[in-house]
Design a protein. Structure first.
Length: 128
């Protein structure tokens, strides 16, 4: 809900691609397409748009110069920080509307949510 209601200048797939590159490091377009569940031609279009915006860059793989990797730029990281800050502010405003019991229930769920987040991050890392 926060992602959908937050004003955005890039699409959800592009945002998720930036998050993936930030978390997992440079990737081939085919890997990004698989990770985000889109076709390779669709991901090529997403990457081209992100590249025009200065949020990602392409460069040759040091191990195999025939391979092109996509990497997040400093501007891309700044963009993510701004988006996360905006989302956190929106969540904070929503949480402030909860009554005390609801707020305690949410606070009690935080350790479980953190564990789920770590499991998801490990799965991304293990797929490398």
């Amino acid at each position: 809900m926060v992602v959908r209601s937050n004003t955005r200048d890039i699409g959800i797939t592009a945002s998720l691609t930036l998050v993936t590159l930030d978390a997992c490091g440079p990737r081939r377009i085919t890997e990004l397409a698989e990770m985000e569940g889109v076709s390779q031609p669709s991901m090529s279009g997403v990457v081209s748009g992100l590249e025009r915006a200065g949020l990602v860059e392409r460069h040759p793989d040091e191990q195999d110069r025939r391979v092109v990797l996509v990497a997040i730029t400093t501007s891309g990281r700044r963009y993510l920080v701004q988006r996360r800050r905006s989302s956190a502010e929106m969540l904070g405003r929503l949480i402030a509307t909860l009554d005390d019991g609801e707020a305690r229930a949410l606070l009690g769920a935080v350790p479980v949510l953190e564990r789920l987040s770590l499991q998801a991050a490990r799965r991304l890392t293990l797929s490398d």
